[in-house]
Structure formats: structure tokens, C-alpha cells
Design a protein around this ligand. Structure first.
Ligand code: HEM
Length: 194
């Protein structure tokens, strides 16, 4: 169930918000359309040209920053733990506010603005880990993102790729290119092959 539910609504929401933002920014809309035309050169869409959709990638990154489809994540503490000076007793459900994280001005100047130009390679490299995580992080990180990232490498690219209209993948969920390895879960049904 996680696959169809987690994969469809998130992708649909991400695309709808991207379309909403493009509707507010006609210049970006024109550029993304021009890039698609140029890269596809009249051919049917193919995974191979995804690494060249660099402007599209910025649009999706910014859309997923401003409107992360999973705007919060939860984890249950397996044991008593201190986080940032807060005592979290075993069994507590901790809610991570991705919406707030992605709009934190310490990491994103002018945080509420749709600013594609912020997504330079230097900016991505300089972002502290765990400040951009629309696909989650750790062993339960989005499996769809991992697939897409694999496609980027297979296509010869070595940077985050966005699949407009299908699915998105990014290494920016923890900036600096950190890919948490798939891990065996201690309980429950593993969603990943070992
Ligand atoms: C924009 C699109 C997507 C977004 C924003 C997104 C977001 C996320 C997030 C935040 C998580 C982690 C949840 C957590 O840590 O509690 C997750 C997990 C997951 N996602 Fe996605 N997702 C997207 C697309 C997809 C697609 C296309 C698929 C299917 C191919 C997919 C399948 C999954 C699965 C199976 C998990 C659970 C992984 C596990 O528990 O090991 N997602 N997703």
C-alpha cells in the first residue's frame, strides 16, 4: 500500500504545486517549456534527457521546498534520548516540521519567495545536512527518490534529477550528496530489497 499511496499523491501534489508556482511566474513557465522543447528536440520524452533538464530541476526543487507534499514526518523514540536540549522519553512520537524547516531563513534567504536562482551548485553544497528533505532521510527515505537518483547515474549524470510529470528524485534531501544506504528494518515489512 505504501507504494501506490506514497507514490501517487505525493507526486501529484508536487506537480500541482509546481504548476501553481509556474502560473504565478510566467517567465519561469516560458523557460521550462523552452527547455523541454530544446532538450527533447521533438522526440518523445525519454529518461535519457532528464539530466539535461537543469532549469526544470530547479523548479521542482523550489516547489518541493516551498510545498513539500509530505510536510511533516514522524518517528517514535525507541529509547530515551536528548535532542537539542530536549528530553524525549521512550515511546514519544516526534513530529518533524518540514514546512518550517524548508522556510527557515537561516538556510534560505527570503524563504517564502520562489527563487530559482538560489539553487546554484555552491548553494546546494553549502546547505547543512538535513535542511532540505522533501523525500525524508535515513532508512525510510523515499524509495521513489532512490530510483530516480539511480536513473540519473545510469544516464551519465551525477547530480540530482527531477522527473517532471512522473516522479522526482534528489540528492538534496540532505545537502552535499549524502545518500543514506537502504537498511534492513528491525521490524515490519521491508520496502526495499536486501
Ligand atoms: C514528489 C514525489 C514524492 C515525495 C515528495 C515523496 C516523499 C516521501 C517521503 C518524505 C518519504 C519518507 C516518509 C518517512 O520518512 O516517514 C517517502 C517514503 C516512501 N516513498 Fe515517496 N515520495 C514521492 C514519490 C514516490 C514515488 C514515485 C514512489 C514509488 C515509486 C514512492 C514510494 C515511497 C515508498 C515505498 C516509501 C516508504 C519507504 C520505506 O518506508 O522504506 N514515493 N516518500
Amino acid at each position: 500500500m505504501t507504494f501506490p499511496l506514497g507514490g501517487h499523491e505525493t507526486t501529484a501534489n508536487g506537480l500541482v504545486w509546481a504548476a501553481y508556482l509556474l502560473g504565478q511566474h510566467p517567465e519561469a513557465q516560458a523557460r521550462i517549456a523552452a527547455e523541454a522543447r530544446e532538450v527533447s528536440a521533438g522526440e518523445a520524452p525519454s529518461f535519457d534527457y532528464l539530466p539535461r533538464l537543469t532549469y526544470t530541476e530547479k523548479v521542482m526543487r523550489e516547489a518541493l521546498r516551498l510545498y513539500p507534499p509530505a510536510w511533516y514526518l514522524t518517528r517514535r523514540a525507541d529509547e530515551d534520548v536528548d535532542v537539542g536540549g530536549y528530553r524525549i522519553p521512550k515511546g514519544t512520537t516526534v513530529v518533524m516540521n518540514l514546512w518550517g524547516l524548508h522556510r527557515d531563513p537561516r538556510f534560505y534567504p527570503d524563504p517564502n519567495a520562489f527563487r530559482l536562482e538560489r539553487w546554484t551548485p555552491e548553494f546546494v553544497k553549502g546547505l547543512p545536512q538535513l535542511t532540505y528533505m522533501p523525500f525524508g532521510v535515513g532508512p525510510r527515505r523515499c524509495i521513489g527518490a532512490s530510483f530516480a537518483n539511480g536513473d540519473a547515474h545510469r544516464a551519465g549524470g551525477n547530480r540530482p534529477t527531477v522527473l517532471p510529470g512522473v516522479c522526482t528524485g534528489s540528492n538534496g534531501d540532505s545537502a552535499g550528496g549524502h545518500y543514506p544506504a537502504p537498511a534492513r528494518r528491525r521490524e515490519g515489512c521491508p520496502a526495499r530489497p536486501q
